[in-house]
Design a protein around this ligand. Structure first.
Ligand code: GRF
Length: 209
């Protein structure tokens, strides 16, 4: 669907791929990635953190890890479509100004327009808390529980013009246990996400997928 994926260059330990991480909330996935990048000889490095939410807890990791962290909220505008476009254009410019080569969505809660996706397709990656194509959208855990599912999981995928429909790079299952609530399930899935996402990024940044 839409434009083809264009891969980023291969990163190396000498010249790691420059990553921006986009968040909206607590940033536990961001923290796992930053710890991973510090503890291993990595082919990627986080050079920028952006949040659409000025109150996102994850922004504080910028200070902790000495990485520029910027809140870019939706700008004021008369119409929603224009507002979305303006917001994405600001983000795009900030990414270019920091020479970003790969955009990592980690709990970023906005749906990106095909205009933005088209500029980054193949260099825009997301993690979703379900086994896609099951339970796309913002309420994956609620939907899995309501469905009576026994297994869910997480998916790392390239972003395309649809919602959680891009090329799947890797998935991992997580069992749903009796008595699970959205919160309990979310915590259990996040633990798996924190292992999976850095591993997939290692491969995506340094090998042919
Ligand atoms: C993760 O479960 C991610 O898959 C989903 O939002 C959550 C983000 O959590 N899209 P955090 O902000 O990294 O703690």
């Amino acid at each position: 669907m839409g434009k083809p994926y264009t891969r980023p260059r291969k990163g190396s330990i000498k010249k790691p791929l420059r990553i921006a991480v986009l968040i909206s909330g607590s940033g536990s996935g961001l923290l796992a990635l930053l710890n991973h990048q510090q503890s291993t000889q990595c082919t990627h490095i986080t050079k920028l953190i952006i949040s659409d939410n000025v109150n996102a807890g994850g922004l504080r990791f910028g200070e902790d890890f000495d990485i520029p962290a910027e809140a870019i909220p939706l700008p004021d505008s008369i119409n929603k479509g224009q507002q979305r476009k303006m917001h994405e254009n600001i983000i795009h410019d900030v990414l270019l100004n920091s020479d970003i080569e790969l955009v990592v969505l980690s709990g970023y809660m906005r749906i990106l327009t095909s205009n933005f996706v088209g500029k980054w397709k193949g260099r825009l990656i997301n993690i979703h808390p379900s086994l896609l194509p099951k339970y796309p959208g913002a309420h994956a855990h609620r939907d899995a529980l309501a469905d009576g599912a026994k297994i869910t999981g997480c998916t790392v995928h390239l972003v395309d013009e649809g919602v959680d429909t891009g090329k799947i790079l890797s998935q991992q299952e997580v069992p749903i246990l009796e008595g699970d609530t959205i919160e309990k399930l979310q915590e259990r899935v996040k633990k798996v996400e924190h292992q999976l996402y850095p591993k997939v990024l290692d491969i995506y940044c340094s090998e042919d997928y």
